[in-house]
Design a protein around this ligand. Structure first.
Ligand code: ADP
Ligand code: ZN
Ligand code: ZN
Length: 810
């Protein structure tokens, strides 16, 4: 007898596996999906390990396999285990990351009669059971749901159970099929014979209906129905033009069902790789050596280069090298950067060999894609964070572009970080990892300094030409503007710059990070920001008690009526939204065409792409946006980028605020000057001397890093320790605080009892978002080294969540 340790799909299971016996007729492998009995129910489970002995004395048998192929590779099984243990998440949640999309569907139960029943047993059955048996015999199988409808739920279930117990019927389980809604699109049909078309077209031209004529010509040329969207795009005709032709009965619109062809399968002309520049060649040779060298140790590279320095080109060539070596790659990009432009770049290098995973695919498409990836159809899988778990066989390379991005951390359980998970997966598969960024995460850079990964640099931009200069960045001191009587939100330099650019037919991006709002208090006279004396983070104003509170240590102070530094009374709560900004700019420049881009505007992915397209097509002069505008856009006509207020992101009560501000400002600054027109950046701030602003303005990552790592060391923040963020939520504020205090005591006692020395507890403090969906939130921060293993031995009540290595303490 063999046994299997199974992760079952039940909230009760938590981080455990359960032991089951494997009946001799089943061939079960690690990673296989099975049906497992669990109490009264039958659950989906994944086999995590095979063992000669069970972990408990009494075991039940696995019922059946769900799919003949194992769904997880052995490396994925280990990765799931690691995620569950490290991030303290339920094991099945971690397993589910790697299952085919839609796997957790409803289970359908089917009942059928056994083929050769014992005749005597049947004749002695009570009537309801005999009737059911006769019914079953007539059909190959019956859905339990149908029986329940017919007989009533209770009666159906007991009668079936009795038949099964006597060996006269069997239950079988299947997953509910995935429903795929067919997609239709309007197509244009030419209604007249092709030989008449030129005549009609000539007639239209005579009437000066040139656009209508061009549409007729186009349809005639193609000789088959054409998608309206394509005609519209290729000819630039409006719906009114097509409707006019439809009214004349020359054409008709017809809805036709289309197959959803992912963009990656569409025809995109192949493009040969360019010759690498010397800096690229240096970096690439190191990576290529690692790819071709079969050492088992993982090789992790940090590729540090500004936007436009040619990082993506290195990813492409590293992928090609991996494919040459008989292996495959996964490329992770922030969801927002997964644009058609990005995808095309990969597809043109690996035609028909790229799978793109993203949330806009329908469940059916996601499932198809998953299966084709598993079957080895693709050399490259590209997608956001979750694409790391694609079943890519022979994994040889994992790329994380923009590795510093916070979106690589999942906000809900399992709260994994894709970078850490990628490094783990590489360790398990022998894959090479490339982490790319213009502004590496301070922790990643620190590990490179320590030798845990290898730093590769691309110091120069290759666009628009090799060694292209970085855009000029000017810092405008808003205190001076106030002093000279300018109370507008635009400095004189910025408004001049905007006017000049717009009049010259160039484009402008205005950036304003809305997050933060009035979360800090600043003196408008000298720029001083009120901060906690112990933690250095800005103090937050609590309206109810009218107190200033440190969200890290809960230290409270009264609101001073004068600036502690210069005694001015101009202490202001700062906050300005993008909508207000739009209004202001439309007053200041009534003729400029504006586009606003923020999360209010871009609920759906389509509108996001649309705004970008409009701006790229120069349908607007000024794009106003939140941090979204900072990410990965390539807009050659943009010559001026204005940061309306750098202070909103600086002054968040989080020790990573400086890093965050630096990253954002650097990215925003990188938006300018991508084209031949060059570019210019203006940063408006009340804290012009702040190190993160200074460093971003001089494009000096190292200057920023040196300062930042020093602060981290002094205050013992990551990467010098690890953090865990424990959040308690409760409908009652006082009760929530009490529970948090209780937990703190429990943790402190446990720490002392176990003699763990380097573990400290901070808080409880009210969470930055103190009240969320009607519930109050208090948090505890743990600082130490081995937080997961310490916490794994403590049972946290339902009201708590744990976030290991949180990317934000807000
Ligand atoms: P990054 O990913 O660092 O922003 P990219 O790889 O996108 O940089 O390179 C920026 C631009 O330069 C792209 O248009 C790319 O095609 C081009 N490019 C990159 N490397 C080379 C090269 N060796 N020769 C010519 N053009 C290159
Ligand atoms: Zn002051
Ligand atoms: Zn404090």
């Amino acid at each position: 007898m063999k046994y299997a340790e199974v992760s079952v799909n039940s909230p009760i299971a938590q981080r455990r596996t359960f032991s089951y016996a494997i009946p001799p007729h089943l061939d079960i492998k690690v990673g296989q999906a099975v049906w497992a009995p669990f109490g009264e129910r039958t659950l989906q489970g994944i086999v995590m390990a095979l063992t000669p002995y069970p972990a408990v004395t009494e075991t039940r048998d696995i019922i059946d396999v769900i799919e003949p192929h194992p769904l997880l590779s052995p490396a994925q099984v280990d990765l799931a285990r690691w995620i569950s243990e490290y991030y303290l998440s339920p094991l099945f949640d971690a397993v589910a990351l790697m299952l085919p999309p839609g796997f957790e569907r409803k289970t359908l139960t089917f009942i059928s009669a056994v083929p050769t029943p014992d005749g005597q047993k049947i004749s002695s059955l009570p009537t309801p059971q005999r009737q059911l048996f006769e019914l079953l015999k007539k059909q190959s199988q019956i859905n339990l749901k149908e029986l329940e409808k017919k007989l009533g739920e209770k009666k159906a279930q007991t009668t079936v159970s009795q038949l099964v117990r006597q060996g006269l019927a069997v239950r079988k389980y299947e997953l509910e099929p995935i429903r795929i809604r067919p997609k239709t699109m309007p197509f244009l049909h030419l209604n007249v014979p092709a030989i008449d078309a030129p005549k009609i077209s000539a007639e239209l031209k005579k009437q000066r209906a040139l656009k209508q004529a061009s549409l007729i010509d186009f349809l005639c040329e193609r000789a088959e129905p054409v998608p309206w969207s394509e005609a519209k795009q290729k000819l630039g005709v409006s719906r009114a033009i097509a409707d006019a032709l439809a009214r004349r009965k020359y054409i008709t619109f017809k809805e036709i069902e289309v197959r959803r062809e992912p963009i990656s399968r569409q025809y995109i002309a192949p493009s040969p790789p360019p010759r690498l520049t010397r800096a690229q060649e240096n970096a690439f040779s190191r990576i290529s050596k690692a790819i071709n060298d079969k050492r088992t140790r993982p090789d992790i590279f940090l590729l540090h280069g500004v936007t436009g320095s040619g990082k993506t080109e290195i990813y492409l060539q590293a992928l090609a090298e991996t494919v040459k070596a008989g292996r495959r790659g996964i490329v992770l990009v922030p969801e927002i950067a997964l644009t058609p432009q990005t995808i095309e770049r990969f597809v043109s290098r690996f035609p028909q060999r790229v799978a793109v995973l993203h949330s806009r695919l329908s469940p059916g498409e996601q499932y198809d894609e998953w299966r084709r990836i598993r079957d080895g159809d693709f050399d490259v899988v590209i997608g956001p964070r979750s694409a790391l778990f694609a079943p890519q066989p022979d994994l040889g390379l994992i790329v994380l572009d923009e590795e510093h991005e916070w979106t690589y951390k999942q906000e809900n359980p399992p709260r994994y970080h894709a970078r850490s998970a990628a490094v783990k997966l590489a360790e398990l598969t022998g894959a090479v990892v490339i982490l790319g960024s213009a502004t590496p995460d301070v922790g990643t850079y620190f590990r490179a300094q320590e030798g845990a990964c290898e730093l590769l640099r691309l110091p120069e931009r290759v666009v628009p030409v090799e060694n292209a200069p970085m855009p000029r960045v000017d810092i405008v001191d808003m205190r001076d503007e106030l002093k000279s009587g300018n109370r507008s939100i635009f400095s004189r330099a910025l408004s001049q710059g905007i006017t000049q650019a717009v009049n010259g037919g160039e484009q402008v991006i205005l950036f304003l990070n809305r997050r933060g709002g009035a979360t800090f208090i600043q003196c408008r006279h000298c720029g001083f920001v009120l901060r906690c004396r112990r933690c250095e983070i800005p103090l937050t104003h609590h309206y109810a008690e009218d107190m200033l509170v440190c969200h890290q240590c809960n230290h409270k102070t009264v609101v001073p009526d004068r600036c502690p530094q210069c005694s001015s009374r101009q202490m202001k709560y700062l906050g300005l939204g993008t909508q207000k900004l739009e209004q202001e700019i439309s007053y200041a420049m009534p003729r400029a065409r504006l586009l606003r881009w923020d999360s209010d505007m871009t609920r759906s992915r389509e509108s996001h792409d649309k705004i970008l397209r409009q701006f790229r097509n120069h349908e607007a002069d000024i794009l106003i946006g939140t941090q979204m505008v900072a990410k990965g856009l390539d807009l050659p006509r943009v010559t001026l980028v204005g940061v309306v207020s750098a202070d909103t992101s600086l002054n968040l009560p989080d020790f990573r605020a400086g890093e965050r501000a630096f990253q954002l400002l650097s990215q925003v600054a990188g938006r300018a000057g991508r084209g031949p027109l060059g570019g210019h950046v203006i940063i408006q701030t009340f804290s012009p001397d702040y190190y993160a602003i200074q460093a971003a303005a001089s494009h000096d990552y190292l200057a920023f890093y040196e300062k930042e790592i020093d602060y981290r060391r002094q205050l013992n923040n990551p990467p010098f320790c690890r953090l865990a963020l424990l959040t308690c939520s409760h409908s009652n504020d006082a009760a929530c605080q009490r529970e948090a205090e209780k937990m703190r005591n429990v943790l402190a006692l446990e720490r002392d009892a176990r003699g763990v020395s380097n573990l400290s507890l901070i808080g409880p403090t009210p969470a930055f978002i103190h009240r969320l969906r009607g519930r109050y939130r208090w948090q505890l921060i743990m600082r130490g080294a081995e937080l997961s293993s310490f916490l794994s031995q403590i049972t946290l009540p339902q009201s708590w969540t744990v976030d290991i290595d949180p990317v934000s303490l807000l």
